[in-house]
Design a binder for this molecule. Structure first.
Ligand code: BG6
Length: 515
């Protein structure tokens, strides 16, 4: 249904009520491996708490955290209450918090200990409520470092927790493997224990509201779909820039680096949504089919192309918002001469009929000038300049999806400057989420947790996509590893990355639009 103008707000309120009634979740138990860790405290618990507060979990739920630190249920409950007071975005209702807390249980163990999985079976039996069909729904959430996942799956299988005893699902966090080979191996282990439809591979970018909107915008507005191709588009740019550094995750980042952390997943997923063909329908597999085709169409780089069309960087000290910040090599748990890249830029090509010849410039980095995720579609110039001075730089139309922090879609075009004779002026037509909808977009983790409970796989990543994305980045990682950088650190914290990233675009007579 399409709503317009002043009806929107009223309709939305009505819709929220209807949705809540229509989609009440069945009872479930979520077992979070790494339940005392950072992801759990910062993202999962606030997401679950919000679902609880909004009535989505009214039919019953339990949360069993499985973690290394020694604690009993009560100590764990106090710990989560404290972190919710710290990380919950809106003021907490203490009574609701206490009610939520009563759904929490804790099991301390190393992940390899057999005995604890026997206890887990018992715990699951004790605390879980059957659904309306008499099944017990259990979600195993892997909020642990990637290396710990195979051992946990092995144990879940050994104790018959994957199929049979419960209606089980498993949630796996990115990065899925370190390269295509290891991603396949991880998948082999997963598929040995679960069916594909039980596996939820999370990329939280997919559930950001402005990211979901890319497909709605593209495939429900006639005028844009007509010009969404090589005949009208000059180039596409994707920027995922962060002003934060690696925070407390030095050990993880030293193993991961920017390509595995952001490019292989978040950034390529954005490219997939922008470039894909219309799906046959909007069910999970139709959408995932079309995205995977895009990944297969991205031109694989050889060593020459990696050297010519990619840029790597590592931040040195600098300043963010006027405050001095250390360089990457001075951060905690980082080797003093680390060669791990924290910045990536590249020119990709999508070799299909729609996009042949259109460059996709992409860049991402830590400790950049500002936090912004944006996708810019730059259209071609008019073939003839009718207004303005002949010496003026022509200004193309640009459509910008700002995913964060200022969620909006804008279209840039030229108008006549008042009183002038021939002066052109650039303006933006803007749709801002908050201005129109007057509400905050849901947190990505909250949406994904709810989808997982309901069994909707649309916003989760399928294995063939994972492998196809590794195929794109593997040659880049190998070439970079075989040619250690000599100039790191090569950009100052608080800048837009190494100068070579500007040159990559400027050498083709274009420039980065964001920034
Ligand atoms: C995570 C990466 O997947 O995404 C982090 O591991 C990164 O390094 C984060 O900071 C960015 O997410 P967001 O939602 O803040 O853009």
């Amino acid at each position: 249904m399409i709503r317009t103008g002043p009806e929107i707000e009223r309709d939305l309120l009505k819709k929220c009520v209807v949705d809540l009634q229509e989609f009440k979740t069945e009872p479930f138990t979520i077992c979070i491996f790494g339940g005392a860790g950072d992801l759990s405290r910062r993202k999962l618990m606030p997401g679950l708490m919000h679902l609880f507060e909004s009535g989505e979990l009214d039919n019953g739920f339990s949360i069993i955290a499985f973690g290394m630190p020694e604690m009993d249920d009560n100590q764990y409950r106090r710990q989560i209450e404290d972190s919710l007071r710290q990380f919950y975005e809106t003021p907490l209702d203490e009574q609701k918090l206490q009610e939520f807390s009563r759904h929490l249980y804790y099991q301390s163990s190393r992940f390899e200990e057999d005995l604890k999985y026997k206890e887990l079976c018992q715990r699951l039996d004790e605390v879980s409520m059957p659904d309306s069909k008499g099944n017990v729904n259990v979600i195993f959430y892997m909020a642990v470092p990637p290396a710990a996942v195979p051992a946990i799956i092995g144990k879940l299988k050994k104790y018959n927790l994957c199929k049979g005893l419960f209606n089980a699902k498993i949630v796996v966090e990115k990065p899925f493997g370190r390269d295509r080979q290891s991603a396949r191996e991880l998948n082999r282990i997963l598929i040995d224990a679960f069916d594909e439809c039980q596996i939820y591979r999370i990329d939280h970018y997919l559930s950001k509201e402005p990211v979901q909107n890319i497909l709605f915008f593209r495939f429900s507005n006639f005028i844009f779909e007509q010009i969404w191709n090589r005949n009208y588009v000059d180039n596409i740019q994707i920027t995922v820039s962060e002003d934060i550094g690696i925070e407390h995750r030095g050990a993880f980042y030293e193993q991961t680096g920017v390509v595995r952390d952001i490019v292989q997943n978040h950034l390529l997923q954005l490219l997939g949504l922008i470039a894909m063909e219309p799906p046959v329908g909007f069910s999970a597999d139709y959408v995932r089919d079309e995205k995977t085709k895009v990944f297969h169409s991205v031109r694989i780089m050889d060593a020459y192309h990696v050297d010519r069309f990619t840029v790597r960087g590592q931040y040195g000290q600098g300043s963010i918002n006027g405050q001095p910040v250390p360089g990457y090599r001075q951060e905690k748990n980082i080797a003093p001469l680390s060669l791990q890249p924290t910045f990536f830029a590249a020119r990709f090509h999508v070799d299909n009929l729609r996009w042949a010849g259109v460059p996709f410039y992409v860049r991402t980095g830590k400790r950049m000038a500002k936090r912004v995720t944006e996708i810019c579609i730059q259209f071609k110039q008019l073939p003839l300049r009718m207004f303005g001075k002949p010496s003026d730089r022509p200004e193309p139309n640009i459509l910008v999806f700002t995913v964060q922090p200022d969620e909006k879609i804008s279209l840039r075009f030229c108008v006549k400057y008042p009183y002038s004779i021939d002066e052109l002026y650039l303006v933006n037509m803007v749709f801002g989420y908050r201005d129109v909808f007057k509400m905050k977009n849901p947190d990505p983790y909250e949406r994904l947790l709810l989808d997982c409970v309901k069994g909707d796989l649309s916003l989760f990543v399928r294995q063939d996509s994972v492998e196809a994305m590794w195929e794109i980045v593997d040659p880049i990682i190998s070439r970079w590893e075989s040619m250690p950088p000599k100039d790191f650190p090569n950009y100052a914290a608080g800048s837009w990355g190494p100068l070579e990233a500007q040159a990559l675009v400027e050498s083709e007579e274009r420039s980065w639009i964001t920034g």
